[in-house]
Design a protein around this ligand. Structure first.
Ligand SMILES: O=C(O)C(=O)C[C@]1(C(=O)O)C=C[C@@H](O)C=C1
Length: 268
């Protein structure tokens, strides 16, 4: 199975992708990864969707609203960041923007004078730190290798730090079975009580929502898409009837069923 994820080798996405396939290739942008599976260039891709400290990976959330893909599995992994550098003399801390944000308090407490540089992934930051003694990287401690020192471990702002990853496939690979379902709703209108009308069917059918998020459509200010995750699979009549009731409440809008899937917790 050809699988692609955020690279280079050693990213947290790579660690999550190893649970899906031994053959993993890399790309430097989440958007291009989601496009690659929608276009059929790859069978499976693994992308980060949400972190317990910093929240949604908005690039992924937005790509899911426009690309024709299915969510096939969810992988939840602990994220334990370390500070890696050639020595203590660094002036810049580089990492993925999510990782920098997850370590915000640590950085302001211990390295307030260092500048911060957002790069495409934690592993790219490690490559930069290998080449340049003025750069430290925030990344998994296992990526230090021979050339970098682990200056500090467990530097994330909370002891519990977890990221959810989605395994995506082409739309045709989607399933209605599984313990969770993801949907995108485009209401195409705005009136008092709209959100209530979209959510009531879930209450009426006894469906528990685990996440709701509004994202701008990008077309104009004030126009939103709603991303929902819920407990249960689309094969269940109560879920299908809740979704059908939402569709019936929309005139020109739409509901995209991103698929139903199971959740797997990976410890390493
Ligand atoms: O840069 C990486 O190592 C990634 O896999 C990306 C990413 C993310 O986008 O959230 C994945 C997990 C961590 O939350 C930090 C960064």
């Amino acid at each position: 199975m050809r699988t692609v994820t955020l690279g280079p080798e050693g990213t947290y996405s790579h660690r999550a992708a190893r649970t899906v396939s031994d053959e993993v290739s890399f790309s430097s942008s989440v958007t291009s990864i989601v496009e690659a599976v929608a276009d059929g260039a790859y069978d499976r891709v693994v992308v980060p969707i949400e972190n317990s400290i910093e929240g949604s990976v908005t690039e992924t959330v937005d790509a899911l609203a426009v690309e024709e893909v299915s969510v096939l599995r969810e992988i939840v992994t602990p994220i334990r960041h370390a500070l890696l550098a050639q020595d203590e003399s660094f002036e810049t801390v580089a990492s993925h923007s999510q990782a920098l944000a997850q370590c915000r308090s640590y950085l302001s407490e211990h390295h307030a004078d260092a500048s911060r540089e957002a790069v495409s992934s934690t592993a790219e930051a490690v490559d930069l730190a290998r080449e340049d003694p003025s750069i430290a990287a925030i990344a998994h401690p296992g990526s230090a290798g021979e050339s970098l020192r682990v200056l500090a471990t467990e530097i994330q702002d909370r002891p519990s730090n977890e990221t959810r990853f989605f395994v995506l496939g082409p739309e045709s690979a989607g399933s209605t079975a599984g313990g969770k379902t993801s949907l995108v709703i485009y209401p195409a209108s705005n009136y008092p009580g709209l959100l209530l009308a979209l959510l009531e069917p879930f209450d009426e059918n006894g469906v528990n929502l685990t996440r709701i998020e509004s994202r701008p459509t990008g077309a104009q200010l004030g126009e939103y898409l709603f991303h929902l995750d819920l407990e249960g699979g689309l094969y269940e009549p109560r879920i299908e009837s809740a979704v059908a009731a939402v569709e019936a409440a929309l005139d020109d809008g739409w509901v995209r069923r991103l698929g139903s899937y199971d959740v797997e917790h990976v410890v390493e």
